[in-house]
Ligand binder design. Structure first.
Ligand SMILES: [Zn+2]
Ligand SMILES: [Zn+2]
Length: 320
């Protein structure tokens, strides 16, 4: 039921498509069943760099690298604000033409699958496809291979027999404290439905992989709860991010400073408060900075300062 492929040793004629996996997909197709492949990297390649001067293409509104897309057209796309540029042919810094895509994304996997299995229908279901072309139910139901970037894409189809994590690390890299729980839940859900689970990873001996393959929910739970306890995450502590967003960094600093002082005066000793004063994110031309609050019960504190918080433009609260 579980197959673990160690990518340190596996033979992959095309990136992340190991011989074992392609054989398994062929078998599944021959039985008239579907394969669902997860790969949490949108786009075709990752980013575009100039090989002569090292220039990297960034979004002018966000502090994020532009992602190369090849479908439906060649372009650079910011995954945060959806800013698009046509594919550049030369470097804006040194004017060299030696531009190179680095990294690897789901659209490349789709191209490679179509090369490997020219007679098999592949359907990619991710937000780019949803936005650009839309996803038709018929396309999904007729496809033999489904490719998805998001674990959360619940695909209520009964004929999925093979669930594949092309690179488990691409899922784990998502910066959320409960990402391992989401992976574990997804795998257990699919395995319970009777699907074969195929996991490709560079770390086959990790606790997560062991707990999955041994159906060791108890160990997974104990390990996860220990970690959450050590780092004061839910369910042991409440976790709240207070965000301040504005085009003006000075205004953000000012609000954060006032909020922080207020919170420090009012908070009880069991509440932790921190923020990184150097760290700003930039999205859609706006800077952002957050205060993190952790504590057994944050509600009384948040109620006290509620008016203070929401009186300011650009201030929002996220319960994690
Ligand atoms: Zn250059
Ligand atoms: Zn952007």
């Amino acid at each position: 039921m579980f197959t673990i492929i160690d990518l340190n040793y596996a033979r992959c004629p095309l990136p992340f498509l190991s011989n074992e996996l392609t054989e398994k997909i062929s078998e599944t197709v021959a039985k008239g069943k579907k394969s669902l492949l997860f790969f949490n990297r949108r786009g075709s390649a990752r980013t575009l760099i100039c090989r002569d001067c090292g220039y990297q293409f960034f979004c002018e509104h966000c502090d994020l690298a532009m992602i190369v897309h090849t479908s439906p057209t060649q372009k650079l796309l910011c995954h945060h604000c959806s800013m698009e540029y046509p594919m550049p042919h030369s470097c804006p810094k040194c004017h060299g033409t030696n531009l190179n895509s680095v990294g690897f994304g789901i659209q490349k996997v789709e191209e490679n699958l179509e090369k490997l299995f020219p007679n098999i229908r592949v359907a990619r279901i991710d937000s780019d496809k949803k936005r650009s072309e839309g996803i038709q139910f018929q396309e999904i139901s007729e496809a033999q291979i489904l490719l998805s970037t998001e674990l959360g894409n619940t695909i209520a189809l009964d004929d999925i027999e093979l669930v594949v994590f092309l690179l488990l690390e691409s899922e784990i890299a998502v910066p959320e404290y409960d990402i391992e729980e989401k992976i574990y839940t997804n795998i257990v859900y699919n395995a319970r439905k009777g699907s074969d689970i195929f996991i490709q990873t560079f770390a086959p001996k990790s606790d997560l992989v062991r707990n999955i393959t041994e159906w060791n929910y108890r160990d997974f739970l104990i390990h996860t709860l220990e970690e959450r306890k050590t780092f004061s995450y839910p369910p042991y502590k409440e976790l709240v991010h207070i965000w301040v967003r504005d085009q003006n960094k000075e205004r953000i600093k000012d609000i954060i400073y006032k909020l922080k002082n207020k919170l420090e005066t009012l908070k009880t000793s069991d509440i932790e408060l921190y923020f990184d004063k150097e760290l700003f994110t930039k999205r859609n031309n706006e800077y952002g900075q957050k205060i993190v609050l952790k504590g057994g019960n944050l509600s009384p504190l948040l109620e006290t300062i509620e008016k203070e918080i929401f009186r300011n433009r650009g201030v929002s609260l996220e319960r994690k």
